[in-house]
Design a protein around this ligand. Structure first.
Ligand SMILES: [Fe+2]
Length: 245
C-alpha cells in the first residue's frame, strides 16, 4: 500500500515529536503493509511555517533512520497546505510542494478549516485549475459543515477536486460523527484516496490495512484497492522517492 498523507517527519509540525517517534511510526507503517509513504507536514503560515528547506531537512533525517534501521519502506515528501490568503502568492513563487500528478495536473493536498467551507473556495479552485493544479481535499469527513450537510461537497466535486479519506475516520478512532460522515461518503464513492494522516503513536498511528478491509466491506475490493494502491501509485508515479522536493 501507498500512504499519501502522513505527519511522520520529526519535530516539524504537530506530528512526530522527535526521531524516536518517527522511527516507531515508520516501523508500524511498514508492519502494516505500507511500502511507500509521502510525508505531508502542515504548511499553515503563523502556525506551521514550513517550506521546502525545512521539509527537505526533516526528510533527510527520516530517510537516515530508514537506512540505519533497514525499514522496508520508501519515503518521499510533499505538504498538507492550509487554505489561506497566502496560498496564491506562494504558488506563484513556486514555494508549494505537490503530491504528484493526476491526469497531467499537479496535485495539491489542501486542508480546509475544520469548521466550515470558506466563502470563495470555488474561486480559488478555479484559479488553481488555470495553473494546471487540482486540489485533493484532505479528510472532508472531518469538516463540521460537511458533516451536517454532505451536499456541500457537490460544488467541490463539480470544481474537479479529488477527495482523501482518513483511515482513522472510517475506523471510528476520531469519533462517531467523523465515522458516520466517512461511511456516508464512502457509499457515494466520492473518495479517490485513503491515507493514514498519522501523527503519533497514541491517538493517530498508521492503520491502513484494517481500514482497507472496512472499506472493502462497505463497497468492494476493487474500490478499496484503488484507494490504497492504484490511485496513489498513479499520483506518485512522477514523485522521486530518492530525491528532494
Ligand atoms: Fe494531516
Amino acid at each position: 500500500m501507498i500512504d499519501l498523507h502522513s505527519h511522520i517527519l520529526p519535530n516539524i509540525d504537530d506530528g512526530a515529536a522527535d526521531e524516536s517517534e518517527t522511527l516507531a511510526l515508520l516501523r508500524l507503517a511498514a508492519a502494516d503493509g505500507i511500502r511507500q509513504m509521502v510525508a505531508t507536514p502542515h504548511i499553515n503560515p503563523g502556525y506551521f511555517d514550513n517550506n521546502k528547506l525545512t521539509i527537505n531537512t526533516a526528510l533527510a533525517s527520516a530517510r537516515a533512520l530508514i537506512h540505519q534501521h533497514q525499514i522496508p519502506l520508501q519515503l518521499a515528501a510533499a505538504a498538507e497546505v492550509r487554505l489561506t490568503e497566502q496560498l496564491i502568492p506562494a504558488i506563484e513563487q513556486q514555494q508549494m510542494p505537490f503530491l504528484g500528478l493526476w491526469q497531467s495536473q499537479r496535485v495539491l493536498l489542501l486542508e480546509l478549516p475544520h469548521s466550515h467551507v470558506p466563502a470563495g473556495t470555488d474561486k480559488l479552485l478555479k484559479w488553481l485549475g488555470r495553473q494546471q493544479i487540482i486540489a485533493m481535499i484532505a479528510h472532508p469527513e472531518r469538516n463540521r459543515d460537511i458533516q451536517t450537510n454532505p451536499a456541500l461537497l457537490q460544488s467541490l466535486k463539480n470544481a474537479g477536486c479529488l477527495f482523501q479519506l482518513t483511515a482513522s475516520s472510517l475506523l471510528g478512532d476520531l469519533g462517531d460523527r467523523h465515522q458516520q460522515c466517512a461511511e456516508f461518503l464512502v457509499r457515494q464513492r466520492i473518495y479517490q484516496v485513503m491515507a493514514t494522516d498519522c501523527h503519533n503513536l497514541q491517538r493517530r498511528p498508521p492503520k491502513l490495512r484494517l481500514a482497507r478491509q472496512t472499506l472493502a466491506q462497505l463497497t468492494d475490493d476493487d474500490y478499496a484497492e484503488a484507494l490504497v494502491c492504484g490511485h496513489p501509485a498513479q499520483i506518485t508515479a512522477t514523485l522521486d522517492f530518492g530525491g528532494e522536493l
